[in-house]
Design a protein around this ligand. Structure first.
Ligand code: IMP
Length: 195
């Protein structure tokens, strides 16, 4: 079994990706390898932050590893909040204050389109590979729904009449930025295994 670390402290993400892992890989969490604490995300791009996290594990613990980073990129705001999505409303920001700030910023804009983008950095046998998933949609004017997290209540995915927070999680995972990026990673690992 090839050991592969997923650089996250989020048990939901770990569970989700574990279900998609090809046989022959043993998925380990940061806790499993004794890596406590948060790895500082100091880059100004999603690619940069994903790479920092994967490289941290590779360089300090010697494991092959992958890490993800996600942002909501709003067209009228030139891609903001983007890589700063988690802390858009400033120190102590939470989902509700972040959404409030975004809705205020968008008040005067007609174009409400945006996209969630996830980047996964994989470092395996010393080589880096990147996978991207995008979910296109619109930012609605008021939060709707109680599922999901982050900006889900104000994000209407293209082709749907319900926000990410109103859609069942299985549906969101099928069409989401993260789901798409993880499927690409999983397909790559499958292919690698066969070589
Ligand atoms: P992370 O890189 O997965 O930690 O995501 C960074 C931030 O982007 C989160 O704190 C959320 O604010 C936002 N975000 C990421 N994924 C989603 C999602 O699927 N729905 C809504 N917000 C998300």
């Amino acid at each position: 079994m090839k050991k592969l670390v997923f650089a996250t402290h989020n048990p939901d993400k770990l569970k989700e990706i574990n279900q998609m892992m090809p046989s022959g890989f043993q998925l380990l969490s940061l806790e499993d390898i004794g890596c406590g604490g948060k790895i500082p995300e100091t880059a100004d791009t999603l690619e940069g932050n994903a790479r920092i996290k994967a490289a941290h594990v590779w360089e300090n613990y010697g494991y092959d590893c992958f890490a993800d980073d996600t942002g909501l990129e709003v067209t009228a705001l030139q891609g903001a909040p983007g890589v700063y999505s988690a802390r858009y409303a400033g120190p102590g920001a939470n989902a509700s204050s972040n959404m409030k700030k975004l809705l205020t910023e968008l008040q005067t804009h007609k174009d409400r389109s945006g996209r969630f983008r996830t980047v996964i950095a994989l470092v395996i046998n010393g080589q880096f590979h990147f996978f991207q998933g995008v979910a296109q949609g619109d930012i609605i004017c008021e939060p709707k729904g109680s599922g999901g997290f982050g900006y889900d209540p104000i994000f209407l995915p293209a082709g749907f009449k319900k926000t990410f927070a109103e859609l069942p999680l299985e549906v969101k995972n099928q069409i989401s930025h993260r789901g798409i990026a993880f499927k690409k990673l999983s397909a790559y690992l499958h292919k690698m295994k066969g070589q």
